[in-house]
Structures are given as C-alpha cells and as structure tokens.
Write a protein that binds this ligand. Sequence first.
Ligand code: PMP
Length: 290
Amino acid sequence: MLIYFNGKFVKKEMARVSVFDHGLLYGDGVFEGIRSYNCLVFKLKEHIDRLYASAQGISLKIPMNKQQMQKAVIDTLKANRLKDAYIRLVVTRGEGDLGLDPRNCVKPTIFIITDKIALYPQELYKKGLTIVTVPTRRNIPEAINPQIKSLNYLNNILGKIEAINAGVPEAIMLDQSGFVTECTGDNIFMIKNKELMTPPAYAGILNGITRSCVLDLAPQSGLKPKECMMTRFDLFNADEVFLTGSAAEIIPVVKMDSRLIADGKVGPYTLKLIENFRKLTKKEGARYAL
Ligand code: PMP
C-alpha cells in the first residue's frame, strides 16, 4: 500500500508523522472521507471544497491549491491501482513544539490513504439498524463547530463508546436544547407524510455531502425535502428513518430507543433513495483511468 505523504508516495510502513505534530498532540487539523466507485471519485470537488472550508475555519493555510489536491487524490488511487476505495485525506497543522501556538508549526502535514472500506454488513442494509440516543451532547457550534471536519473527533468518539456500551453500532446525539443533530459519524433523516426531513446545517451538524445528495434526490423519489429541527418524539413517530455518510451511504434505521419505527421494516422511500443514490455514484465525480 502506498501512502501520499507530503508530496511523495511512501510505503505504509514508512508513512510516519512526528510525535510533535499538532494533529496528534492537539487534534489540530482537518480531514475528509471520500469514496471512489469504479474509477469515479464521487463528488471529489465537493469534498475538496469542504476540506478547504474546514481549513479556513481553523485558520490553516493548505500549501497547495484545490486542483493540486484533487490530482493528489487521483494519483494516490492510481498508484494503488484501486477502482473502488475509501479515501482518507488529512491535513494537520504540522510539526511544532509542545505549546499550543500554531505559529510554531511551519509546514502542514498532508497525507492521503486509499484503502478498501468495511461498510456495515450487507444484511443491515436490508434489515435496518437499531440505534439509541446517547447522553453525550454534540459539540455546540460556538465551541467547536461541527461544520468543521476537524481531527478533534473526541465528541463523536464519546458518543460512539456509549452506543457500543448499549450494544448498537450508531447513536443519535442531541444538541444542548435536546434537538436531534446527527449520529456519531452519519447524518440523520426522517420521512413523514412524504416529507423528507433532516436538521439544517446550522443545527450543529457536519454538512454531509451524502446528505446534500439525498436532499437533491428527494423530488425524483416522490418526496418533498425540508431542513428543520426535530426531536426524538418526531423520530419515534416517523414513517421511515435512515442515516447517510460517505462510508455508510444510505442505511435504514428500524428501531430507536426501544421503539420500532413504523412497522420495523425498511420503508419503500428509503429503498427508492438507495436506488437513486446508487445511480448517482455511477455519474457524479472525477473520473480516472488505471
Ligand atoms: N456527520 C459526521 C459527524 C461525520 O463524521 C460524517 C462523515 N463520516 C457525516 C456526518 C457524513 O458526511 P458525508 O456524507 O460528507 O460523508
């Protein structure tokens, strides 16, 4: 496996960051999780735009432009001869000293890992997930804005630990007022009376790229898209619930906090959205040849 590391390709064993890297010492950095499907990097431009927006959010100047970054992603896939992959693109503040001051980090560390993805087991896409709401609240935007996809994922990891302790793979995180935000690594949607609803970006969520695709697919799937605040009670009484993410794609939820969602089966609109999303992954993105 070859890793893109600061402009060069190195073997996995040789790809090492310094213990003084502020990405490691302080979670000071940003990242992206991207997919490629049959030599098409899905929504690459949108992922690169979000990476640069996250970097701007933490005042991190990435020392290459967006075109160069897109090329680096594609070159890494080619170097590893991967048609289908999960791509992890990371930019840290770089190596500094033991103080917080980012000005002591002269050069950002940039690396790209391309690998196969372990999605949820295929049967869960047919049967649906069981999830719970966890006590850890999502970061408030005024502290660490969830719209910044930063290396500081401890908030999500605390939620994930609570999900695992409850015996489920994902969990809903609420905001400070008790409104639903998102899951630890996925956005959340509900369908009720042909309306497709998800919390707005300002609700303190990551503005997911899969989320945007699904909102765009609503009309052709027979649904009216709507971004609105929602409560656990709304989800308990939804017709259908599902999660979205680059790794998970669209995964149905059939049970939440011990309540079955509708009849506890994967709903027809979720299946339609999954079908339409699959079609999109065949056409929207940056193509490459091996
Ligand atoms: N929310 C969080 C917290 C995430 O980490 C992710 C990405 N795994 C998502 C939502 C989904 O975002 P995207 O569709 O852009 O992958």
